[in-house]
Design a protein around this ligand. Structure first.
Ligand SMILES: Cc1ncc(COP(=O)(O)O)c(C=O)c1O
Length: 389
């Protein structure tokens, strides 16, 4: 959602003028420190760690939870490929699991995919749509599994009054250009657990203990990486955070009014949403009887001048297009490819999640906008009605 203005420009100018571009520079709290505190407060968790990307936040979450070689992590069939790459980055194997019509992880198939090696479940709040967290947490508790919420597409959303990202053992967010709030590229990992936070902090910056007092009090040092955040981006995000509630309110209102306008239209149903009040309303999903009907609708809508798309055509968001994973090339070096070094006996094929493929083909996503005018909305509603008729 590109909603950015003069305040962000001022924040960048002030940060550059301050001469402090490094998060551990000087005695005062840095922009990154302040953003972390503000983000933790917003999400309702104890700790937040700002990092370079959503992918880095997932990697730090898994590393902090000590998920690693020999472990399996359950991921949904519909998500950006990064959700499946993060387990591989820590030496674990992603297990691809069916979604249901809510476009999020199906708790029943999660349970069916559990093996003695399963260590964690990664529910992904796709398009800002909350997963069925009651169902997922129930499976996790009964099987003693960790939960890492991928809320990269769901900054600020909630499920039954709790912020997405705050219900699992750790949560992840992205602030790349396409997300609800953005600084171009960035991410944050959150957790309530001190030890998980400490390990994630070390993993995100193998050298951070040299810069920052108080890091790694309990954890013996181990070799980490550098996913350190940048002061200019943190300054932008602090302003973006003040816009978050307004952006979400605008998206939700746009969706509510379009839904109202579409009541009674035949040819499709509104896709089910696990918490309609808490969803970010980034997209409005319509569910058709067949993939052909959905594709026909997209074509006809295009003729009226409006764009829409089916998840099945969303490239690297569809597991069957994850070439590196389908072909089990889990690392640049075959000697540390988690698919080969562990005991992975899963067979990966493009048709391994047929229900997800069917749902993705039958769904059409319409992008919502916090700035759409009444006239634009009326024209869109008329276009949808015409295309569905
Ligand atoms: C569901 C999901 N997970 C993870 C990521 C990774 O985020 P980033 O691009 O910031 O690394 C994305 C980004 O598009 C995403 O959509």
């Amino acid at each position: 959602m590109y909603t950015i203005g003069e305040e962000e420009i001022q924040a960048v100018v002030e940060t550059i003028r301050s001469g402090k571009l490094f998060r551990y520079q000087g005695e005062e709290q840095s922009q990154t420190d302040l953003f972390e505190q503000e983000w933790a407060a917003k999400i309702g968790v104890k700790h937040s760690l700002a990092v370079t990307s959503g992918t880095a936040s997932l990697i730090c979450a898994l590393a902090g939870l000590q998920v690693g070689p020999g472990d399996e992590v359950i991921v949904p069939a519909y998500t950006f490929i990064a959700s499946a790459l993060a387990p591989l980055a820590v030496g674990a194997v992603p297990i691809i699991t069916e979604i249901d019509e809510s476009l999020t992880l199906d708790p029943a198939d999660v349970e069916a995919k559990i093996t003695p090696r399963t260590r964690a479940i990664m529910p992904v709040h796709m398009n800002g749509l909350p997963c069925n967290m009651d169902g997922i947490m129930d499976v996790a508790q009964r099987h003693n599994l960790l939960v890492v919420e991928d809320a990269c597409q769901a900054d600020g959303g909630s499920y039954k009054g709790r912020r997405l990202g705050s219900m699992g053992h750790a949560g992840s967010f992205s602030f790349n250009y396409f997300k609800v709030i953005s600084c171009g590229e960035g991410g944050a990992m959150v957790t309530d657990d001190d030890a998980v936070f400490e390990r994630a902090s070390l993993h995100h910056d193998g050298g951070c203990v040299f810069f920052k007092e108080g890091v790694a009090k309990q954890t013996p040092l181990f070799a980490g990486w550098n996913f350190r955040f940048n002061e200019i981006l943190a300054a932008i995000l602090r302003v973006q955070l003040t816009r978050l509630d307004g952006i979400l309110a605008g998206l939700r209102e746009d969706k509510r009014l379009i839904r109202e306008g579409l009541e009674g239209t035949g040819g499709f149903e509104f896709s089910p949403v696990n918490d309609a009040e808490g969803e970010c309303a980034v997209m409005f999903s319509l569910l058709f009887e067949s993939g052909e009907a959905a594709a026909g609708f997209v074509e006809k809508l295009g003729e009226t001048g409006f764009g829409a798309g089916s998840p099945i055509n969303s490239g690297r968001h569809v597991y069957a297009n994850w070439e590196s994973i389908m072909e089990q090339r889990g690392s640049v070096d075959a000697r540390r490819n988690p698919f080969k070094t562990g005991e992975c006996d899963w067979v990966y094929t493009p048709d391994m999640c047929p229900r997800s493929l069917d749902i993705m083909a039958r769904t059409v996503n319409l992008a919502m906008s916090p700035t759409r005018t009444e006239e634009e909305r009326a024209a869109l509603v008329a276009g949808i009605r015409k295309a569905a008729g």
